[in-house]
Design a binder for this molecule. Structure first.
Ligand SMILES: [Zn+2]
Length: 208
């Protein structure tokens, strides 16, 4: 939409000629579905994380924070500093980097430790990598209707939520939760959500 608005600003009205509608995504100006797919469909395909956000079971407030994180819409201090001067933008945990989405997930030692522990509980013994990698990997690996995928999705969203909540509590209320406490909160929420989901408790019992 911004592209369309910017394009309209450069239009110079031509007197004596009727307006003509042109589909600029096609060389001949004709609207065809394939060209529309090339413009919008491929773009949508890039957002592979939308299925990760929308798939159940997950707690809605977890999904909301996860969605904000995926779209880089969280009000981390680097974004706050864009419209408010004099803000200390260093990370409240390590004090060695700027508080940003990409630092919080998962460049900071605090959150990296949490996600690493959660990954281990999911059966993935590896070191967390940068945000873009983790998001893409989760979008691909945590899809489907299996119990494993459902638990992983729920854990992914819970992790985003509780790290964000712990970070806010530390900055605004001076409450410094330990990594193990945050992991415990994630574990409790995931278990609670899964047990409350119709059909999943039976899958848990069957181990599938
Ligand atoms: Zn940090």
């Amino acid at each position: 939409m911004e592209t369309i608005i910017e394009g309209c600003k450069s239009i110079v009205p031509c007197e004596g000629k009727e307006d003509v509608i042109t589909w600029i995504a096609h060389p001949k100006g004709q609207f065809i579905v394939l060209s529309a797919w090339n413009v919008f469909g491929r773009k949508a395909a890039v957002n592979t994380w939308h299925r990760l956000i929308c798939s159940s079971p997950s707690i809605s407030r977890h999904c909301f924070i996860s969605w904000l994180a995926a779209g880089n819409k969280l009000k981390t201090l680097d974004t706050v500093a864009e419209w408010k001067g004099g803000v200390d933008i260093t990370c409240v945990y390590c004090h060695g980097a700027v508080d940003s989405r990409d630092h919080l997930y998962f460049d900071c030692a605090f959150s990296t430790s949490i996600w690493k522990t959660v990954l281990h509980k999911l059966g993935e013994r590896r070191i967390p990598r940068v945000w873009s990698f983790e998001l893409q990997r989760a979008s691909i690996k945590y899809k489907g209707k299996s119990l494993r995928a459902a638990i992983a999705r729920s854990a992914w969203h819970a992790c985003k939520y509780h790290i964000w909540k712990a970070r806010n509590g530390n900055i605004f209320e001076g409450i410094a939760l330990s990594e193990s406490k945050v992991v415990e909160c994630i574990k409790q929420d995931v278990e609670c959500r899964l047990m409350g989901t119709k059909g999943l408790h039976q899958k848990v019992r069957n181990g599938c």
